[in-house]
Write a protein that binds this ligand. Structure first.
Ligand SMILES: [Zn+2]
Length: 342
């Protein structure tokens, strides 16, 4: 089918989903929609240029999402919904909890003013050992490194330290220099077969081989001061997203799981003076052991599985709908995304 016909049909389906989707239905059972955001950045912000497209929503689009949702749904803190559910208290018929993963400084710069203006509560899931530092996540390091090599070291692609990144589909045949965001996403997806610590170590090796100057980039993540300013309003809650953002799969030792799950909660509580009752699994990965430790220490946890939640949902594997600019930049596309249909 020609692309224009496909786009036409997709648009009709989006209109139907926007008009008749789950957000419009009257319901007897309480339902909870949880939206998953990461970074809030204007398209022309330099930080947006070396970031994966699936990570970003612009401030104008976030404002449109929240004002649109207000017509259909009551906002609630995720921790309030869980506390009410666990104590058997009454729950709103249809509620929406906003979440931001990782604790990016741009949440303070661009999301917080909008949340405050529209009086919308939200939870930010923090990586305890990365807050208030200039540490970077490995996908962010890798994306910056690829752009750096493409722009400044184009004759270095044969470096043996880069071999682990090469796959049959990704051999640095970039269509543009620097690589497109889609090309960066593919490299990052391929790298995920290795454990997180090993990816960091291999990126260190490449930087050393290229003799890149020591990292002194501005912090990408929130400071404790920024966080405290936000939590003091009562609008922003802090949840845990581990200490170091490693994926909690079966390759982790019990000691490492305890550190990531329990120490992160203690560190955030010590800094904020507030109880941390919600947890978010990095990359949506969890082993049975990780889940059981989360159950013993939190009131609930969110996954990356897509969909709405009801009172019968597993409180430790709550579903969320991931939102990013490319799939939700107009009202119809956004409503279709949250409809639960498409
Ligand atoms: Zn994350």
């Amino acid at each position: 089918m020609p692309t224009t016909a496909k786009n036409f049909i997709k648009r009709i389906l989006q209109h139907l989903a926007a008009r008749y989707g789950r957000h419009t239905r009257s319901t007897h059972e309480p339902e909870l929609l949880i939206l998953m955001y990461h970074r809030i950045l204007p398209g022309d912000d330099p930080r947006a240029l070396s970031e994966e497209p699936g990570m970003i929503v612009s401030p104008d689009t976030l404002r449109m999402h929240l004002t649109t949702l207000k017509q259909y749904i009551n906002f609630i803190h995720l921790s309030d919904w869980l506390a009410r559910k666990n104590s058997g208290a009454e729950l709103p018929k249809r509620a929406c909890a906003i979440t931001f993963d990782d604790g990016w400084a741009d949440n303070y710069d661009f999301a917080f003013p909008i949340l405050r203006e529209l009086d919308v509560p939200a939870t930010i899931f923090l990586v305890a050992d990365m807050i208030n530092t200039n540490k970077q996540f490995w996908p962010e390091r890798l994306a910056k490194l690829m752009s750096n090599i493409a722009l400044h070291h184009p004759n270095q692609w044969s470096l043996s330290e880069l071999d682990w990144l090469k796959t049959p589909t990704t051999r640095y045949q970039f269509t543009t220099i620097p690589p497109t965001q889609e090309e960066l996403s593919e490299i990052i997806a391929n790298a995920k077969i290795l454990p997180d610590q090993e990816i960091h170590a291999r990126i260190d090796e490449i930087e050393l081989a290229l003799q890149l100057p020591a990292k002194n980039s501005a912090p990408s993540l929130l400071s404790w001061q920024q966080l405290s300013e936000m939590t003091s309003t009562g609008l922003i809650n802090a949840g845990s997203h581990t200490c170091s953002h490693i994926r909690l799969n079966s390759s982790n030792s019990s000691t490492s799981l305890e550190y990531e799950i329990i120490s992160s909660k203690q560190k955030i509580e010590k800094q904020t003076g507030l109880a941390v009752t919600t947890f978010c699994y990095p990359n949506g990965d969890y082993s049975a052991e990780a889940q059981s430790l989360v159950q013993k220490n939190y009131e609930g946890a969110v996954s990356t599985q897509s969909g709405w939640n009801s009172t019968k949902s597993d409180s430790y594997l709550l579903h969320r709908i991931g939102i990013h600019e490319d799939i939700a930049k107009d009202k119809i596309a956004f409503l279709a995304r949250i409809s639960g249909w498409l």
